[in-house]
Design a protein around this ligand. Sequence first.
Ligand SMILES: [Zn+2]
Length: 337
Amino acid sequence: MERDGPSVQLGNGIEVACGDAKFFLDPRKVSEEAICCISHAHSDHMPSSFAGGPIHCSDITLRCMRGRVKSKKSRTFLESVELGSDPLVDATGAGHILGSNMFLLDAGQKVLYTGDFCPQDRLDIEGARPRRCDILIVEATYGNPRYKFPDRREMIKVIHDWVEDVLHQGYSAVLHAYPLGKSQELITMLRDFQPRLHGSVLDTTRLIESDDLRFDYLPFDPQDRDPQLVISPGAWGENGLSVLKKKRSADVSGWCLDTRERSLGKMGWGMDQGFAYSDHADFYEIIDFVEKCSPSLVYTNHGSEDMLAHEIQKRLGITAIPLKKEKKGQTNLGCYC
Ligand SMILES: [Zn+2]
């Protein structure tokens, strides 16, 4: 099948091209060959090399990248980067983590790239709003019908009550979460317990703070053994918390849905509890979002892309193609130019 319009394929991130217009979405390498758009600063979306050219991203994403890049050359480049302002790129909030963006591109046709996204408003984060487009490139992290998250506003209450109970019983409450995004949500939702931040959660939170963005917390102090709320990276980041002899720990992640039957007792990873609270869209939120964007073609990316493409075709009747690296001899279904 041939049709006019932009080509979409995996390469340096996701490459979208039509005529002279070329875009790299969440590229591994920022370059001047194309307009580079970076959705957010999680490591699976952040470039590892910064060679030149303007970048389209939010101020928070730029601050995070400046703090996280290792190479001196990249850091020098990022210190002087001009944030892109190009009429071909329209950035709006993705509702995933602070500073995360979606991009509506003018590539002959309107192409919307969601990056990681979440449509539900919560705490200080406004959910992603659908945008009408011709081609939608949508994330598929939870793109399987078995993923349906509990209402996040309900989960905020559940987590809050759990922390209160644990502290009331004379234990410390340790919540494990991604340092960037989920941890700051927890700081905000649990601020009345004055959370202590441990390890990379503390480093990352300091990184994204600015005059306009402040959080209420204390650094974790190993000398302080009183019952307290600690927010820590994943279970592998427990180092140093063994000084808290009486503690209860919980994982805060959408993946807790996979251990639901155990989440009321001992979780995997040695946790006492799991909370299925996610900053990604679940399967049903993705389907609803796709329908409201009303595209004629969808590319699924990053996760359960085969399953999601199949379900979009079946449920919405919209042509959907999983984005994959080409295998040798395989036709690139994603290229229509
Ligand atoms: Zn992410």
